[in-house]
Design a protein around this ligand. Structure first.
Ligand SMILES: [Zn+2]
Ligand SMILES: [Zn+2]
Length: 147
C-alpha cells in the first residue's frame, strides 16, 4: 500500500542526484506525514518501518535531506532541533512558551527575505528566520481554567 509514497520519495531523491536508500525513503515518509518532529520521534517512527536503524543513521539522513532541501531543520531557543518536510516556502513558526507546541505561520510576503533589514552591514541577506512566541490554544484554555 505504501508503494506510491515510496515512489514519490525515490523520485524526490533522484531529482536531486541522491542515492535512493531505505532509510532515506523511511525518513521522507515520516516527515511527509507533517508536523515538526524531533530526531527521537523520527527515529522511533522509522524503526516501525525498518529494523535496526540507529539514531545516528537517522541524524545522517536528516543532514543529507536538509542539505538537499528535502527537509528543513528548525531549532527554537530552548527546544531540541526539529525537522519538517515543508521546505522552500519561507514559512515561519509560532512556538508555545508553555508546552513547546509549534505551528506554521505563512510568510507575510511569500518570498525570502520577508523582512528588509536597514543597513545589513554590507551583507547580502537572503533569509529572515522569524519565530513568534505565545500560548497555544490548549495552554490558553488551561490558563483560563486556572484563573
Ligand atoms: Zn501550549
Ligand atoms: Zn514549519
Amino acid at each position: 500500500m505504501s508503494e506510491p509514497v515510496e515512489d514519490q520519495g525515490a523520485a524526490l531523491l533522484r531529482a536531486r542526484g541522491m542515492r535512493v536508500t531505505r532509510p532515506r525513503l523511511a525518513v521522507l515518509q515520516v516527515l511527509g506525514a507533517g508536523g515538526h518532529l524531533e530526531v527521537d520521534e523520527i527515529a522511533t517512527a522509522v524503526r516501525t518501518r525498518l529494523d535496526s536503524v540507529s539514531t545516528q543513521a537517522v541524524y545522517d539522513v536528516l543532514g543529507a535531506l536538509s542539505r538537499a532541501g528535502l527537509a528543513r531543520r528548525i531549532e527554537p531557543a530552548g527546544s531540541p532541533a526539529r525537522f519538517e518536510a515543508r521546505t522552500g516556502d519561507n514559512h515561519h513558526h509560532v512556538v508555545c512558551r508553555a508546552c513547546g507546541a509549534i505551528a506554521d505561520v505563512d510568510c507575510v510576503h511569500g518570498t525570502a527575505p520577508c523582512l528588509d533589514p536597514v543597513g545589513a552591514g554590507g551583507f547580502v541577506v537572503d533569509e529572515a528566520e522569524v519565530t513568534f512566541w505565545g500560548l497555544c490554544p490548549a495552554c490558553q484554555r488551561a490558563k483560563a481554567a486556572d484563573d
